[in-house]
Structure formats: structure tokens, C-alpha cells
Ligand binder design. Structure first.
Ligand code: GUN
Ligand code: FE
Length: 446
């Protein structure tokens, strides 16, 4: 019996196979079912290829790509501050703690204004989708009404969001115009947001996931950290925070808790196999072991790290410790909404880590050996690495995976290239304008 599918895309695709390997298929039928999964992938050599294609043509459910178009998995952005979108590309001139006080907290405080929240969040969600990002792990603000608008924007425009009400109740490290009034308020509002989002989810097939979100150790009191750890356990939810992002941040935990910040978060039950910790530029081997043991993932944000990280995350070393790792834009610590730009920066920063940067030192003393990442590994981070971090069956063009995909055009197409060359050009040269189609859970959203 020949089954008909809800959509079929015919064309070439690239998909991650492993941390250092990418598969290429020159022509396949990617067949989607009506629950948004890739039900079947058909090869030209399969006996029913022509018949299934013909049925799809007759039903008007076939999309055939042009020769210079390629299907890739949608990207997963593991670290976005949605409210910071209006500051993207601005104000990157101060160290982290001053940047927060000077530029970031004043902007986030504005999300009390629901109209402002709606305008910004609708624009941001569409911008990320247009850049090929199909799943996003978002920090919101302290305001649940605005956080719900972010969830509504994700539903309306068709993006899979993981969304956190930011908890920040430490009066010493947060401004009085933008803080949770107490630990109890931070925890209660977080629980309220979980319930509100669960209600909103009744109205949609594209579920939005609430995330426990202590901003970072300095912003929180021990009481809020404890309460949030309890909520993470009670509801079995993902957790996100910043961990060992800068010298100042890791120094803060050492001074106030006499522990590393990773240990503080672990002490309060906030390091689980559903935790995603942003940056980690200052993590130690001991911390990597803790992350591996607890199943914690790292959101590598290479553009942001240039400004605030005080070091380059040694991604290869992190992967060697079997720590799950994906990529994040960290808008607006990172200026770009594009994970392509972040893949490039991940490769470039890793090359500088390997070679070193002090030209007064001899070559053999300048860098950290075996640090360079390939573009294939960067692609893995943006796809499967992110999906594994969020326990999602996506980030791959394969049967049984969610149909989260992007179709991109190769413009620089003047000579016959090997598939490896095409892949490299796509990774280095794709801009938003080259992303022709985006699908989330089988729905076309661009
Ligand atoms: N640490 C605490 N808050 C933030 C933030 O908004 N951005 C970054 N990059 N780091 C943080
Ligand atoms: Fe951040």
C-alpha cells in the first residue's frame, strides 16, 4: 500500500552524524506526517519513489528544491535574553557587572510595559526563525505578563520556546527598580509562570516549556536558590542559568559562598540532566566532571564570550569530558541573532585558543594544543548538541525526528564542488536572505 504524507520535500540535505561528521544526501524525499515528524526518507533507488512523488504532486503536497538549495536541520539556540533584543549591537564596552547595571537592567525593567513587550517579542521571534533557529531557550524578565507574551509570540509565529521567568532577588546585586521583592516572591512567581504556561499550552500543539531560571549566583539569595531547586525537582523542569562566565562572576561565588559557582548551583539542586548553563568560560576540570556526573549541558556563546567571558571556552576539552554542549547567541551579550555567525566565531575563537595571541611569546608557548574546532563540529553544536541538551528528538534529518528544518540557497555557485566544499561554503556564507524556507514541527514558518 502506498501511503500519502502531509508534506514531502524533495532535495539534497546535510545532517550531523557525529561530533566531527556530517552526512550528505544528494536527493531524497523527506516525508512528513501530520504530527510534525519525519515519517520516512525515500531514496531514488527505493521502488516506490516515483509513485509517492506522483501522489504528492497530485495532492499539491510536494516541494521540490532547486539545484542550489539544501535542507539542513533547524538550529537550536541555547541562550537568548529576549528582552535584550533592542540592545543587540549596542553597549558592549564595559565588563559584565557594569554592563548589567548600566545597560541591561534598565532595559529589562521596561517590560512592565506590555505593549513594549509585545512589539519586541514578536519581532525577535520572527527574526530568529528567519535566521533558521527553530528552538530557543529564552530568559524572559521578572515580569510574568511579559513572559507570557513571549510564549504567545512563539506560538503565533511557530517557534518551539523554552522560557524562564528570571529570578533575581538579591538586593545587593540587583537595582531596586528591577528585582524580585523577596526570595518567596521569586519562587512564587516562578511557580505561577509554570502554571500559566501550562494553561496556555492547552491551546496549541507547539508546546512551550517553562524553565527554572535563577539569573546567576550573584543575583540570587541562598533562599531563592533553594526554592528554585525545589521547584525544579517538584515539576521535573529544565533549569537555566549563567555559570563561570567571567572572572568577576566566579570570584563572587568564591568570596560569598567559599565554593565555585557550579558547586553553589549543585548544592541547591540546580544542576540536573535538564540544566543548561551558559558560557562556562571559567569552568575547571573539576567542574566539567561535576557537569558530566549530573548530566548538565553547556551553552557555548562564542560572540558574547569575546566581550564578557575573559577567556575562550575550550570546547574540545569540554566535549572530551562528555559534557553536552550546544550554541547560544546570548542576545545581547552577543550582537547577532544568527547561529551561523556564532558557529563561525566558535571556529575562529578556537583557532586563536590553539595558536595563542601574545606575539611576544614563542609559538610553542602561545596557545593551547588541540583546541581547534572544525565547522562540522560547530554545526553539530548548533543542531544535535542543542537538541541533546534539551532532550529533544530534533537536530537531524532522519526518520522519527521532528521536522524542524531550514532550506538554504548557496549563492556562491560558479563551479562544481564536492559536498564537503558545499557544506563549508554554506556554513561560512549563509545569511538570513539565503534562508528560503523554515519548518518547525512540520509547519512552514518562513
Ligand atoms: N549574567 C547575568 N545576567 C547576564 C546577562 O544578561 N547576560 C550575560 N551575558 N551574562 C549575565
Ligand atoms: Fe546570558
Amino acid at each position: 500500500m502506498i501511503i500519502s504524507y502531509s508534506k514531502i520535500i524533495e532535495g539534497a540535505n546535510f545532517s550531523p552524524l557525529a561530533q566531527t561528521e556530517v552526512s550528505y544526501q544528494a536527493q531524497q524525499l523527506i516525508c512528513l506526517d501530520d504530527s510534525g515528524y519525519i515519517a520516512r526518507i525515500i531514496e531514488p533507488s527505493d521502488s516506490d519513489y516515483a509513485a509517492i512523488k506522483q501522489i504528492a504532486q497530485a495532492n499539491d503536497t510536494l516541494t521540490t528544491l532547486r539545484p542550489n538549495q539544501y535542507i539542513l536541520p533547524g538550529f537550536i539556540d541555547l541562550h537568548v535574553h529576549a528582552p535584550q533584543w533592542p540592545n543587540a549591537g549596542l553597549a558592549l564596552d564595559r565588563p559584565l557587572n557594569e554592563w548589567l547595571d548600566t545597560y541591561t537592567f534598565p532595559l529589562e525593567a521596561k517590560y512592565q510595559d506590555l505593549d513594549f513587550a509585545k512589539t519586541v517579542y514578536n519581532d525577535l521571534v520572527q527574526e530568529l526563525l528567519a535566521n533558521g533557529t527553530t528552538t530557543v531557550l529564552y530568559f524572559g524578565t521578572i515580569h510574568n505578563t511579559a513572559n507570557l507574551e513571549l510564549a504567545k509570540a512563539c506560538i503565533q509565529h511557530g517557534q518551539r520556546g523554552f522560557i524562564g521567568k528570571v529570578a533575581m532577588d538579591n538586593p545587593d546585586q540587583t537595582p531596586d527598580y528591577y528585582q524580585d521583592a523577596s526570595a518567596q516572591v521569586a519562587v512564587d512567581q516562578t511557580e505561577q509562570f509554570i502554571q500559566q504556561l501550562n494553561e496556555l499550552n492547552q491551546t496549541t500543539d507547539l508546546k512551550q516549556t517553562p524553565v527554572i531560571t535563577p539569573r546567576f549566583v550573584p543575583s540570587c539569595t541562598p533562599d531563592s536558590l533553594k526554592g528554585l531547586g525545589d521547584l525544579a525537582r517538584k515539576y521535573d523542569l529544565p533549569v537555566q542559568s549563567h555559570c563561570s562566565e567571567s572572572d568577576w562572576e566566579s570570584g563572587y561565588a568564591l568570596e560569598h559562598y567559599h565554593m565555585r559557582d557550579a558547586e553553589v548551583l549543585d548544592h541547591y539542586g540546580l544542576l540536573t540532566d535538564k540544566s543548561v548553563m551558559a558560557h562556562g568560560t571559567k569552568l575547571t576540570d573539576h567542574d566539567y566532571q561535576l557537569f558530566e556526573k549530573q548530566g548538565v549541558a553547556v551553552a557555548h556563546c562564542p560572540i558574547s564570550n569575546v566581550y564578557f567571558g575573559n577567556a575562550v571556552l575550550p570546547v574540545k576539552r569540554v566535549l572530551t569530558h562528555h559534557v553536552k554542549t550546544g550554541l547560544g547567541t546570548d542576545i545581547s551579550g552577543g550582537y547577532s541573532p544568527s547561529l551561523y555567525q556564532n558557529m563561525r566565531q566558535a571556529v575562529m575563537s578556537s583557532r586563536m585558543l590553539q595558536d595563542g595571541v601574545d606575539n611576544q611569546l614563542p609559538a610553542d608557548k602561545r596557545g593551547v594544543a588541540d583546541s581547534a574546532l572544525s565547522v562540522k563540529t560547530a554545526f553539530y553544536l548548533a543542531t544535535r548538541g542543542g537538541a541533546e541538551s534539551l532532550h529533544l528528538q530534533t537536530g537531524k534529518i532522519a526518520e522519527g525526528y521532528l521536522a524542524d528544518m531550514q532550506v538554504v540557497s548557496l549563492q556562491n555557485d560558479f563551479q562544481t564542488e564536492t559536498s564537503d566544499n558545499i557544506f563549508e561554503k554554506l556554513m561560512y556564507q549563509t545569511s538570513k536572505a539565503d534562508i528560503d524556507q523554515v519548518y518547525v514541527q512540520g509547519e512552514r514558518v518562513k
